[in-house]
Design a protein around this ligand. Structure first.
Ligand code: FES
Ligand SMILES: [Fe+2]
Length: 423
């Protein structure tokens, strides 16, 4: 349970808010690289952290991320001409490069020095994992580029996508680190008691703080002294990583992968969820077929989106097309798509969940720690300190893992190698 004040503190993201300031100290995904595939191609609207921006790939391939409005008389840069290393406002032709400098001002006399005085708000960008990352914080605090393991894997081994969710980023994030829910909301095989997550629906949760956030394990005792351990990683401010090494019946998967979500606030009520999959090692490339299958199972197949958008056709407006007969006989929710099931419970809470009404149990331990660490990040920034996880080598070295363990060794020891980055 949170007081309404703390709930607001953790969920408001616009410029000048406590959490808005904290989030702006990290590199965050701004758009997919594929949205600006071509140099000098069409500009793209981006809304993040309550700011309206426009992205464009310039002639040299650099991605600019600038204010959505022209600094002259506020015309929309989205209609701009992306040409010869800059974006030109169509109203009076003022042109800006990817760094925000004004490079041409054709409506002013040729000898005007006004050009040196005017520029457009621009944020630094960096590309990795098929994603354009942006840093929206103060320049003096610019952190090193993101160094997560999956960003070092070859292109053949990494895929990413994104989905728009009508919910505040925090309730989406909390869904992602809530390992207990998978026994229920994602049970798509009712009556199959041999399913690993159905054998034990009350995982014991262990959370360990790290220099980048925390790692946590959902431990399900299976009988015969066996334990099914899913060890996750949580990176501040809003990224989860999990491993898919074994299938629902406990057998090794054909292709072993690391997977994750990054929850980027569009504003207080909407979230862009970035999804990625990375092969666990050189033997596990991600084929087109595997990726399409994964996205389809998640509820993000090509046909699942409202055309021209990142919003799913199944959404709260149509009750996620819940099928009550399917719910009665085959799946726990009657809703198709693994992540669509997540969206159903998260969007259904209301755009910003009222946490003063909740009752947390032992399975919510990771959520409690995440909230505490986010509050600490807000305090750190407010008091002039660098928040946790902005600059640490530790995050380069880790990965999530899952295993079935027998024997007395604690999971941290038994899974030590599995939890070390391979790329
Ligand atoms: S409003 Fe953009 S150039 Fe005038
Ligand atoms: Fe889920």
């Amino acid at each position: 349970m949170l007081s309404p004040e703390i709930n607001r503190l953790l969920t408001e993201v616009s410029p000048g808010t406590g959490m808005g300031n904290a989030l702006r100290r990290y590199w965050l995904p701004a758009l997919l690289s594929s949205e600006v595939a071509e140099p000098d191609g069409a500009p793209v609207r981006v809304r993040m952290l309550g700011e309206d921006l426009v992205a464009f790939r310039d002639t040299t391939g650099v991605v600019g991320l600038v204010d959505s409005k022209c600094p002259h008389r506020r015309a929309p840069m989205f209609f701009g001409r992306n040409e010869e290393c800059g974006i030109r406002c169509v109203y009076h032709g003022w042109k800006f490069d990817a760094a925000g400098n004004c490079v041409d001002l054709p409506s002013e006399p040729p000898d005007s020095i006004f050009k040196t005085k005017v520029n457009i708000l621009a944020y630094p960008t960096w590309e990795g994992g098929g994603i354009v990352w942006a840093y929206l914080g103060p320049r003096a605090e610019l952190p090193p580029f993101p160094a997560y393991e999956w960003l070092r894997a070859p292109d053949t081994h990494v895929r990413s996508s994104k989905t728009l969710e009508h919910a505040n980023y925090l309730q989406a994030l909390e869904g992602g680190i809530d390992t207990a829910h998978s026994s229920f909301v994602h049970n798509n095989d009712l009556g199959n008691a041999s399913r690993l997550k159905s054998q034990n629906t009350h995982p014991q949760l262990e959370v360990e703080q790290t220099g980048y956030g925390f790692r946590y394990a959902g431990i399900r005792t299976l009988g015969h002294d066996q334990k099914y351990v899913r060890a996750y990683q949580f990176f501040l401010p809003a990224m989860q990583m999990r491993a898919a090494f074994i299938d629902g019946q406990g057998e090794p998967r054909k292709t072993q992968t690391l997977r994750g979500h990054i929850w980027v606030p569009v504003d207080d009520e909407w979230t862009m969820v970035y999804n990625w999959v990375c092969g666990a090692d050189g033997d596990n490339p991600i084929s087109d077929e595997l990726w399409e299958k994964h996205e389809k199972a998640a509820g993000r197949g090509a046909d699942d989106f409202i055309p021209g958008s990142y919003r799913l056709k199944r959404n709260l407006d149509n009750d996620f097309l819940i099928d009550r007969e399917m719910q009665r006989t085959r799946t726990y929710t009657g809703i198709t798509g693994l992540n669509t099931q997540d969206f159903a419970v998260q969007e259904g809470m209301g755009a910003v969940c009222d946490r003063s009404q909740e009752h947390l149990g032992t399975s919510d331990r990771a959520i409690i720690v995440a909230r505490r660490m986010l509050r600490e990040a807000v305090d750190d920034v407010a008091e002039g300190r660098r928040p946790l996880g902005v600059e640490t080598d530790e995050l380069r070295l880790v990965r999530p893992a899952e295993a079935i363990l027998d024997g007395p060794l604690p999971w941290q020891e038994a899974m030590k190698d599995l939890l070390s980055a391979q790329w």
